[in-house]
Design a protein around this ligand. Structure first.
Ligand SMILES: *Cc1c(COP(=O)(O)O)cnc(C)c1O
Length: 395
């Protein structure tokens, strides 16, 4: 039910993004149907018993799974090259489900120190309360991951490229370290999406997603997912059906249409981002640009081997600190002032005073989140209009 069909292996990802996981009802509708129902009926008591015991496959209750959610899971699994996916209510729900499935009191996690803020809080706040310790390491220093391993280490957690400085970590090399110590390698593939990077094919055991970002692509709904081998995802599924961070059928229906255009969107958004990154790097008011597609990026060679393109996020430091950075943010008329990303609408944010405002100024400085730093998530508008919009505030 949640497995991609075997002949899907020969189709291109662009085709799978549209065709994989289609489920048609008895009405044979051509567009994706939306099954809004909390429960499903049974022909007999015996059938109900068999379904609940897992002896036959089918639908019982939408916390377990739902046809629309199942279609989304099958499609995403096909795109990530995984055997199976389980969808969740948000990206954080997916990350939490993985942690609660595979960790217990006394276990240790090695994680990138450059993480989405709520993921850091989940590890160093929530899980620490339950006796799970985390060591945070430089994601680009593969040796640091090996050095951090303890006898109790169970799981490695990585985001690449990182937010907002686009540091690129070597998934294959870090996965080797993880496996040498019998640890699970989990990669948050939110920034690249399967259109640019397939961590499972590089050796990761599980991919987690915030479907809220590029998978939807239009900033409409929250969603998340965990993708990987059937034997691992089955365990996450058992946790999700018990604990309940399930994806809503409506959100799955929205995300299925988002996936149809994922490859087109990513191709165009990356091309525009690459153009703007090159233009920003040559601009006299810009001190530094962070973009994996630029030869000046410290991990450019690795990024070009690991990803199909540089991505759609460009971070840059303007000369003149906070005042100059805020002037750019306050001057834009096309680009949205919001911290979200992954949308067809371009967004700009000043990390030091928003997403990273809660950490101390010293820690911010050490992490490279300087006052002049801006993060631009490039959307689908014409790149000339975006360039013109930024030029006005750069002076
Ligand atoms: C947004 C985001 C998340 C969290 O996803 P939600 O859907 O907001 O819960 C996790 N990781 C990364 C890299 C993100 O950008």
């Amino acid at each position: 039910m949640t497995h991609p069909q075997s002949d899907e292996a020969v189709l291109h990802p662009e085709t799978l993004a549209i065709r994989a996981g289609r489920e048609t009802s008895q009405y044979r509708e051509h567009s994706q149907s939306l099954q809004l129902t909390s429960s499903f009926t049974f022909d007999t008591a015996e059938e109900a018993a068999a379904l609940f015991a897992g002896q036959v496959e089918g639908y019982t209750y939408s916390r377990f799974t739902n046809p629309t959610v199942s279609a989304f899971q099958q499609r995403l699994a096909a795109l990530e090259g995984g055997e199976r996916a389980i969808a969740t209510s948000s990206g954080m729900a997916a990350i939490q489900a993985v942690m609660l499935t595979f960790l217990k009191t006394g276990d240790h996690v090695v994680s990138s120190r450059s993480l989405f803020g709520s993921t850091t809080n989940l590890l160093s706040g929530v899980l620490a309360r339950f006796g799970v310790e985390t060591t945070f390491v430089d994601p680009t220093d593969t040796a640091a991951w090996a050095d951090a391993v303890r006898p109790t280490t169970r799981l490695f957690f990585l985001e690449t490229p990182s937010n907002p400085l686009t540091e690129v970590a070597d998934i294959a090399a870090i996965a080797q370290v993880a496996h040498a110590h019998d640890c699970l390698m989990v990669v948050d593939n939110c920034f690249c999406s399967p259109a640019l990077q397939q961590p499972l094919t590089l050796g990761a055991d599980l991919v987690v997603h915030s479907a809220t970002k590029y998978l939807d692509g239009h900033g409409r709904v929250l969603g998340g997912a965990v993708v990987g081998a059937d034997r691992l995802v089955e365990q996450v599924y058992l946790h999700v059906r018990t604990a309940g961070p399930t994806m809503a059928a409506f959100n799955a229906w929205v995300l299925l249409s988002g996936l149809e255009t994922l490859y087109l969107r990513m191709e165009r958004q990356c091309a525009s981002a690459a153009r703007l990154a090159a233009w920003l790097e040559a601009h006299p008011s810009v001190e530094r640009v962070y973009y994996p597609g630029l030869p000046s990026h410290p991990q450019h060679v690795l990024a070009m081997r690991q990803q199909k393109a540089g991505g759609a996020v460009v971070s840059f430091v303007v000369k003149g600190g906070r005042e100059a950075a805020w002037r750019v943010v306050d001057t834009v008329q096309v680009i949205s002032r919001t911290a979200n990303l992954g949308d067809v609408k371009s967004t700009i944010t000043h990390p030091a005073s928003t997403t990273h405002a809660r950490i101390t100024p010293e820690a911010r400085q050490a992490a490279g989140i300087v006052e002049g730093l801006l993060r631009l998530a490039v959307g689908l508008e014409h790149p000339d209009d975006l360039q013109h919009d930024l030029a006005a505030g750069l002076g």
